[in-house]
Design a protein. Sequence first.
Length: 212
Amino acid sequence: MAILLSLRNSAASISRAVNRAHYPILFTAIVYFLFVFIGIIMAHTGNKFALGYRDRLINQSRQSNPASAAYLQGNNFQAALWDFGGNLVLGAFPKTISGLSILLPYPMVIQQGWVGGIVSVRNDYTSRLSDPHSAIYYLLTLFLQLVPYSMAVGAGVNVGIAVFRTPPYYEGRKWFGILPEEALRDVARIYLIVIPLFLIASLWEFLSPWNI
């Protein structure tokens, strides 16, 4: 009974944290998916800049990305773990921290969303949206990745906003006399969702039978 009560309280605190940060999370998601759409349009209309950038990015990833290296060697589960770690440590954490400035993460969000759109074509520039399996795989992979990214960025931006305009539920102790402690706790609570979502996204991306 005590365990169930503890889990219930934890779930309630996580839900409350997401609700408090829902505006910056939603705004971040809108920016992400807007620039995904722009990237898709540019790639599918044969924009040379978009296609050239895509090719350079793919080649660079094959040479330096451990997830890509593991995948090319047939180690799909290892590739998923590398991808999960990269998304969390190198992708989400820095964006959350930069979110304290409110505006700083959004150039990265725009670039990342756009990249997600331009990889909607294959190496021969045929569309990943051309058949149901590849379309579902591509769109679901993108969705599973960008949802936790939106939450991670939004959580950081929420803290930044609270510094300049502190709502009543963030009144109280502050780290370094600036950062509301309760807002930082909300970041940790939101990451309790972000972390498993990134793991699910990476496992789907590399272990899905539709990953061809």
